[in-house]
Design a protein around this ligand. Sequence first.
Ligand code: ZN
Ligand code: ZN
Ligand code: FE
Length: 763
Amino acid sequence: MTTSRVLAARFLRVTGVVQGVGFRPFVHRLAIRHDLAGWVRNVAGTVEVHVEGDNESLEAFEADLASEAPPISNIATLVAEVATAEGAEGFRILASADADGNRPVPPDVAICSKCEEELLNPRDRRFRHPFITCTDCGPRYTVIRSLPYDRERTSMAAFDMCPTCLAEYETPADRRHHAETVACLSCGPRVWLALDDRRLMSEGDVAIHDAAALLCIGRIVALRGVGGFHLACDATDESAVRELRHRKKREAKPFAVMVRTMDQARELATISPAEAALLRGPEHPVVLLARRDVTRLAASVSPGLDHVGVMLAYTPLHHLLLDIVRCPLVMTSGNRSDEPIAIGNDEALDKLRDIADVFLLHDREIISRVDDSVVRVVDDAPVLMRRARGYAPLAIPLPVNASRPLIAVGPHLKNTFTLVRDSSAFVSPHIGDLDGLESLAYYNTVLARFQQLFRITPEVAVRDLHPGYLTTRVAASLNVQRIIAVQHHHAHIAAVAAEHGVTQQVVGLAFDGTGFGDDGNVWGAETLVADLCGYHRMAQLRYVPLPGGDLAAREPWRVARGFLSLERGAAPAFALAFEGIGDEERSVADRQIERRLNAPLASSMGRLFDAAAAVLGVRRVSSYEGQAASELESLAGASRGQALPFPVIEQGGRLVLDPVPLLAALGEARQRGVDVGLLAARFHESVAHACANVARSVAGAAGLGVVALGGGSFQNARLLSGIRGRLEGFGLRVLVPRRLGPNDGAISYGQAAVAAAILSREG
Ligand code: ZN
Ligand code: ZN
Ligand code: FE
């Protein structure tokens, strides 16, 4: 025996979010602390650790590995086995090995508190360095070109580390040990300010000061960020915000606002503990908050709404800028309306030159585009409105193993796609509406990147039932052996059930604007009995013709016209819906309804909200999707109200909810002068009451105890909370979308869950 102690060894495999999060340096520090020798390395998506020493230390090491893991890591599995001691000396971080297997790509992480402190500390060597990061924070997904995650395969490869940075990178005890994005003022990326004609205005810190000064006098700045460009202006300057709306051709859709500190956020909105936790979490999403009655915010930031989207600064550059301007900034995505957000300097200078006055640019290339995520808190728990930066591209598990690699191409609007290998679903970040060639090109770019990053070659494609969607053509163009079509609302319910690991039958309430039904009509207020493999439609709204087809989704008065055609006698009660609408337009709509020309039949919760807004005289024409519903929710505020009549009849074995009496009651009461906020509240209560009762009777008849809620209408907090509370009151278990939002961003994951289940049933 040459050693003074008994040598034992362990081999550990750790999976999950363990790369790009400072995991290897953490393992290194831990091994040194426990006096263990060996090595750690990344192999595909797994961290492998070999440690040797005495048994007691090995056990302590193993326990601490799980309990002290870095804040932004997330261990999925940790397997340890006994190994043979190799007589290793010291502890080393080995170069990444490459192999097949699931390889999680870490999402981008907001600047950590330590970096923020250094950023504003004049004695720190990274004082005012706009790209300060460490192993706990900074860009990840947006700078990673390929895996494994090492600097040479990121856009930071363009910057050679200076000796000081290199020393930090190589020093195990340093916070920046193996931080792939490490840089400083002398070796890192640079910022500069350019005019819209591309002329250089200033560089470095001066550029940031200049940009701030311009923001303070009402100018619009295009700002290159982590996942793309933002358009920024002073959120307290009404004319600047209006000018931005005008130039961006965005009439009323709310803008998000960015502030530097939680205190500044509290000046704009009331913030619950759950909301504060979200605001300052590693993802730093936009959080929808209740706007204070008296704030400095310009009215045009979120017109007609009682809430405002707020995010805290999440990059060092944001902090530097906001520290100078000292006012909240509008931070909206840097795109022309309906186009993807710009990521390249030239691209932005080209596309945003009619919108921005100046451009604050930098030279750290953005490899992957990603929008800001949007979340709201309902009943103290987060509900995602848009899953992108900070969340994507983390895998979401499927409850069924996919026997073949899949691609689910997603829906037409608010698109995401999902790639699946085994039981891991890689859901793309929010892509948006697939309306034009630009968005289709963007879709294909993200798809190619995902296939390359995750090394998935799909053999089966999953698409929507709609024959005309762009995604249906995408599916047909893929080189796959089989295509499976999934009904939209089935996908909504499957998504919610699957993320909760539920594979048995549930009652599903799928409420949204539109989805292609299996009878060829527009669906969107469906009560299903479904499992992952199939569904039965148990209840719906009474079908209403939508004169003008797609146009009806933008013009609530048309929906009211459709409902009126079902009960002509309700005309006086519906009068407010058509005020200001020309006779010619009305009669064209009526003819479309009579002749069933361009007047598809719909059972749609979104359209019911539109009709209610119209008969209350709140909104007859919308400028963005969901505007009428958002405004009704805001008007309702915290008012309490009794449910109005919303009868249910049975038709051919299916329950049919008839909204005409409800709409008529609303219109009549409003014309009698009843407060519009109270009526908006009564409308919400009526819908929640009727739908919860329908769900209860469907559950009772089918002998089921679980109800899943999905579809964009559940972005309405009052509707979600109202239905959920009632169902729980009936003793039912309610599944609410958590890891993906209620809206169509979850469709591709739902499609994937259905296809995996179908393949697995086939064996
Ligand atoms: Zn940091
Ligand atoms: Zn440096
Ligand atoms: Fe939908």
